[in-house]
Design a protein around this ligand. Structure first.
Ligand code: ATP
Ligand code: MG
Ligand code: FE
Length: 356
């Protein structure tokens, strides 16, 4: 089976061909990602209108490249999987409508995919991970802890009540005059900083729920920066280090409690797995802290290669394959409309597929 995947939910225009052989072994035949970072950098963040136009311009060529790099033609594809939400509506429309046209022209089935399901199932593509496992998704648009029980079977244990973690990194960077995207720049400055100079808050600490909140932290960073402005290079480094320490400790505490809950719910699983996904997973301080946490709990940390952790179309093609294998593809796919908001656990299964 060969599936063409298309991803356009945010600021990456991506297409990929993933194959599954008869033994059930997947292979990524191509994975083409065009990042629009340069188009948005001048604005300090993703501009939806610019993103949608850039997707229109790039997508046809990216799909052609993905097919060519996979050494395949449309006639040999068994289906087209496309991100149908959640995300920026303009980009979603471009991707899903293109996928519909390609599927109709090739006479192949269309599989609308929830972008978050793509992130959730990637560890099965890269590491052949068995269900159930715990997913920590930390990206520019999402901060969630999700129990992944099976295809289409997800339970959200935590989400952010305000900013996403990547967004918090980006806003902190902007505030300190660091270039977009902020995450990698904050991380770089933090290396030369003293985290003990500022006592930034650990939001929602001590509360029973597992949710995240980062807007208070952002305010604390702004107040600290305003109080000592103009900022020296060392000031910027110290603020970055204190910010990064605050979010790392918050993550470790929330994920630690989630791991305990997972063990309680699945006591017979020998070595439970925690999967990290999303652009923030690139952060070495966060990654190291999670590695130490898992090692101390006899749990396995699965961190797919970064190119598959951030937005890409291979994960969408793979989610399509998983849906086909589980006989959970939509019967009304060609009339499916993109959804800017589409929580993974609320209605992913009822809307896509009747397999449950
Ligand atoms: P979505 O939320 O829909 O997946 P996205 O495009 O915003 O979309 P990603 O592409 O997965 O998300 O990740 C981008 C985010 O990751 C940005 O907010 C960026 O600042 C953050 N990021 C990237 N590298 C690092 C890093 N080294 N440290 C911290 N954050 C990082
Ligand atoms: Mg992105
Ligand atoms: Fe994403």
């Amino acid at each position: 089976m060969r599936i063409l995947g298309i991803e356009t939910s945010c600021d990456e225009t991506a297409a990929s061909v993933v194959a599954l052989d008869d033994a059930g072994t997947p292979q990524i035949l191509s994975n083409v990602v065009y990042s629009q970072i340069d188009d948005h950098a001048a604005f300090g963040g993703v501009v939806p209108e610019i993103a949608a136009r850039a997707h229109v311009e790039a997508l046809d060529g990216i799909v052609a490249t993905a097919l060519a790099e996979a050494g395949t033609v449309l006639g040999d594809i068994d289906g087209v999987a496309a991100t149908a939400g959640p995300g920026l509506i303009g980009g979603l429309i471009v991707g899903l409508m293109t996928a519909k046209a390609v599927a109709a022209a090739a006479g192949k089935p269309l599989i609308p995919v929830n972008h978050l399901e793509g992130h959730a199932l990637t560890a099965r593509l890269t590491d052949g991970l068995e269900f159930p496992y715990l997913l920590l998704l930390v990206s520019g648009g999402h901060t969630q802890i999700i129990l992944v029980r099976g295809v289409g079977d997800y339970e959200r244990w935590a989400s952010t009540i305000d900013d996403a973690l990547g967004e918090a990194f980006d806003k902190t960077a902007k505030l300190l005059g660091l270039p977009y995207p902020g995450g990698p720049n904050v991380e770089k400055q933090a290396l030369a900083g003293d985290p003990s100079r500022f006592a930034f808050p650990r939001p929602l600490r001590g509360e029973a729920r597992l949710d995240f909140s980062f807007s208070g932290l952002k305010t604390a960073v702004r107040q600290a920066a305003t109080a000592i402005a103009p900022l020296s290079r060392q000031d910027v480094c110290d603020i970055c280090a204190a910010f990064q320490l605050a979010v790392t400790e918050t993550l470790v505490e929330r994920v630690g409690r989630s791991l305990a809950r997972f063990r309680g719910e699945f006591p017979t699983i020998g070595e439970p797995a925690l999967v990290v996904a999303g652009g923030v997973a690139a952060n070495k301080a966060i990654r190291t802290a999670l590695e130490e946490l898992c090692a101390g709990r006899s749990m396995r940390l699965v961190a797919p290669p970064l190119a598959l952790c951030t937005d890409n179309a291979a994960m969408i093609a793979w989610a399509g394959i998983e849906r086909i294998r589980a006989r959970m593809t939509a019967t009304d796919a060609m009339t499916f409309t993109p959804r800017s908001r589409w929580p993974l656990d609320e209605d992913a299964a009822p809307l896509i597929g009747s397999g449950k």
